[in-house]
Design a protein around this ligand. Structure first.
Ligand code: DLL
Length: 448
């Protein structure tokens, strides 16, 4: 099958807009009646549901932010009585209480459908086996992919995250065609396969569906070569539904991920002013859930930075989003320069002697913040150079590494505008993913 839902996925834009408009009108009326938070917020701006006639009026409504969810913890933003929900999920914040989301039966059906659409876009077909290495539990990854895979008619292997030994055993013995996990864990699996001398050709897996954390083309290349797969992107967040808000098509890899905009209406807004930005420009991604019942969200400020654009494609009419550059709150400001960790990853990718495995270390010397990047050199390179001590001063390194060090410093300076200390490191010396979300920034300023 080419599409899970051909009628919706290829719906002409005019018709899609009308559908979105109708859904938005219903949503506004539903929320105004049922959720005091929205009624109060809109009343303060003199707005009533009748003022929202279509998606073109959406910008009039205020944003909903993560702190609103926290302020109404745990169920205060639900639009249905908790007893009418059939599932709860939660995402753990960095501090304090988790963000709670609830689902009605119809919401779970929607969730399963958008994941099924995402799986078909990724290259899955009914009958294929899906090794699901996203964590099961309050995290939406495990159960989200599980239900979507079952709806499509795949054979789901609910292994959950981590447990590398078991993942490798199942890959070899159950011979799944598809695996889904975080990109950093796919890197980890690629490395384990190489370390154990297991050739990707001996496996049956041809597709890896990666998401839940930012990743780049450098990681795509590493995973595609290391596991012998096509690596495709899946994006989502628990507040909106979970995984399956958008997904790449396996035949259009690298051109963006289709947002299932009949359910999740996207906007890109300026991160400082909140003003909507024109198609293609980068800003904060904001979503309105058009069909959710238990906990719909209006103009939810995701904090993720990307762009959205229509691209002529023979396959689908829905809008695409580019890769997430990072979250607005991951942005580092070092000596006045703003940067996302993924920019460093992009700079590293052109150096053939390096692995896309890095860590950014932020520290403070006196009043000044400084940033160092630790990046791993490929094992074969170090072997060919007779295993030099990488801890010595760059000037003392063998020529190849000295040049590499200088070229990387220059590239970072040119592309990001910062002078960074660079530490070349042994392969495997930077902490690896255990299946959950990997943090590539070590901030030594905290608490000091
Ligand atoms: O991470 C849902 C998910 C599960 C997505 C499995 C994909 C696969 P949360 O735990 O609520 O939900 O975290 C959501 O993770 O706002 C992004 O910052 C980040 N994120 C998710 N997918 C991607 C992706 C799940 N493909 C937050 N690329 C989001 C970059 C991603 N960042």
């Amino acid at each position: 099958m080419k599409y899970f839902n051909p009628e919706i996925e290829t719906m002409p834009l005019g018709q899609l807009r009308r559908l979105q408009g109708e859904r938005l009108q219903n949503l506004a009326a539903h929320l105004y009646e049922r959720v005091p938070f929205y009624k109060k917020q809109w009343a303060e701006k003199g707005l009533r549901p009748a003022d929202i006639k279509g998606v073109e009026d959406l910008h009039k409504l205020p944003f909903t932010r993560k702190h609103h969810l926290r302020d109404h913890y745990p169920f205060g933003l639900f639009a249905l009585p908790v007893e009418d929900t059939i599932r709860l999920h939660a995402s753990s914040g960095t501090t304090g209480k988790p963000t709670v989301v609830g689902y009605s039966r119809r919401d779970i059906n929607t969730f399963s459908e958008v994941v099924a659409r995402s799986l078909v876009a990724s290259g899955c077909q009914p009958g294929m086996k899906l090794q699901n290495a996203y964590g099961y539990g309050l995290f939406t990854g495990g159960l989200g992919l599980h239900y979507g895979g079952e709806l499509l008619g795949m054979t789901v292997i609910p292994v959950s995250g981590g447990m590398t030994e078991r993942q490798l055993l199942l890959l070899q013995d159950f011979r799944p065609e598809v695996i889904c996990c975080t990109p950093s864990y796919a890197q980890r699996l690629s490395e384990e396969l190489a370390a154990r001398g297991i050739s990707p050709d001996s496996l049956n897996v041809h597709t890896a569906i990666l998401g839940a954390e930012p990743w780049t083309e450098a990681i795509r290349s590493q995973v595609e070569a290391g596991m012998g797969v096509k690596a495709v992107n899946i994006y989502g967040l628990s507040e909106i539904i979970g995984p399956g808000v958008s997904n790449e098509d396996h035949e259009e890899r690298g051109t963006g991920s289709y947002i299932w905009e009949d359910h999740f209406f996207p906007e890109i807004v300026d991160k400082d002013t909140g003003e909507p930005l024109p198609e293609g420009e980068f800003g904060v991604l904001v979503f309105t859930t058009l069909t959710k019942e238990a906990m719909p969200l209006v103009r939810y400020w995701t904090n993720d930075i990307t762009n959205i654009y229509y691209e002529h494609s023979e396959k689908r009419t829905h809008i695409k989003m580019g890769p997430i550059r990072g979250r607005a709150d991951d942005m580092l400001i070092i000596r006045g320069v703003n940067l996302f960790p993924t920019q460093v990853e992009e700079a590293i990718k052109d150096f053939e002697l390096l692995l896309p495995s890095y860590q950014l270390i932020v520290s403070r010397e006196g009043a000044l913040d400084s940033l160092a990047v630790k990046v791993e050199v490929k094992d074969e390179v170090l072997r060919a150079l007779g295993r030099p001590n990488l801890a010595q001063k760059p000037e003392a390194l063998p020529d190849a590494l000295r040049h590499l060090h200088a070229a990387l410093a220059k590239k970072i300076k040119e592309s990001i505008g910062l002078t960074m200390a660079i530490a070349l490191a042994e392969p495997g010396s930077i902490p690896r993913s255990e299946g959950g979300k990997l943090n590539r920034v070590l901030d030594l300023r905290k608490g000091g």
